[in-house]
Design a protein around this ligand. Structure first.
Ligand code: SF4
Length: 287
């Protein structure tokens, strides 16, 4: 009998779903996929699949079912944008980082910067050299002390925002879709964060949010937080989701949420929640 494979792809690649299903002789998983933490292993197991073909991300975790990761690198030359906006990048020593898709552009950026009087470094982390995730920036941390600023090459705000939160150096973003370089402004995020921290102070009933996505499943952390809150005289409930969305909380009357899943839920989507939401490292009032 032929092995059954299931194809898992980010929404941005759905236009290639049929072509890829033909290539791998696979069935197609249509739920959204946000990262390599989001492997559809329980669904694959329930369907009797032998292998998951996961597109768009690097290996993040072990899985019960074998996973073939296909990273999907993009050919991109950052030099025309660097040529145009070079003056905007502050500092003499620049740390270069990217999400997996644009890692191929880092060497070209390094060559350009070094030909224009700067020093450029690409750090080694837990994944490919220079690669960061929204929740994991070890490649940047490894060079943080020696660089003046970081240049992130890619699209979207979440990765550079994660970088700006977890390091103390300015972050410049070379936006491959907009064709420009800008310094990342984390003011709005900081304002929302401190407002949520202030509002959480008087909360009495907490919801601790847990995701069942394999790489985000932090039930032990949730149980620990629940115990700590209860020791402080608070009421705390653990709420389980696959994908955490604010509308799924409607009708459940709580004063504050603690997110134990992808940090993006509380960072990028904080304003969408009707009650303050904190990541565990933001629970300043409960230490
Ligand atoms: S937890 Fe969030 S930031 Fe980390 S890999 Fe998953 S989707 Fe990306």
């Amino acid at each position: 009998m032929r092995p059954m494979k299931i194809l898992q792809i980010p929404d941005g690649l759905k236009n290639k779903a049929l072509e890829l299903a033909d290539k791998h002789d696979a069935i197609i998983y249509c739920e959204s996929c946000y990262g390599a933490c989001d492997i559809c292993d329980s669904e694959a197991k329930a369907l009797g699949c032998d292998e998951i073909i996961h597109y768009g991300h690097s290996k993040f975790m072990e899985s019960e079912i074998p996973v073939e990761y296909v990273e999907m690198r993009q050919e991109y030359d950052p030099r025309p944008v660097l040529q145009k906006d070079f003056e905007k990048i502050e500092g003499d020593i620049i740390g270069l980082v990217s999400a997996v898709q644009y890692l191929g552009s880092l060497e070209k950026a390094r060559e350009f910067l070094e030909n224009n009087g700067k020093k450029a470094l690409i750090g080694k982390g837990n994944y490919n050299n220079g690669q960061i995730l929204g929740c994991e920036v070890s490649a940047a941390k490894s060079i943080e002390e020696v660089v003046d600023s970081f240049l992130y090459i890619g699209s979207g705000k979440f990765h550079p925002l994660g970088l700006a939160i977890k390091t103390k150096k300015p972050v410049f973003v070379l936006d491959v879709e907009g064709g420009k370089i800008e310094e990342l402004d984390k003011t709005l995020f900081e304002k929302q964060k401190y407002a949520a921290i202030a509002l959480s102070k008087d909360a009495k009933k907490f919801g601790i949010l847990v995701s069942t996505k394999p790489g985000q499943k932090n039930i032990e952390l949730a149980k620990k937080i629940k115990k700590e809150l209860e020791e402080k005289g608070k009421k705390a409930y653990i709420l389980v989701f696959n994908e955490i969305r604010p509308e799924k909380l409607l009708g459940i009357s709580l004063d504050c949420y603690i997110n134990t899943a992808c940090p993006r839920v509380a960072i990028e989507n904080r304003a969408e929640f009707k009650k303050p939401i904190l990541n565990p490292d933001e629970m300043e009032n409960f230490k």
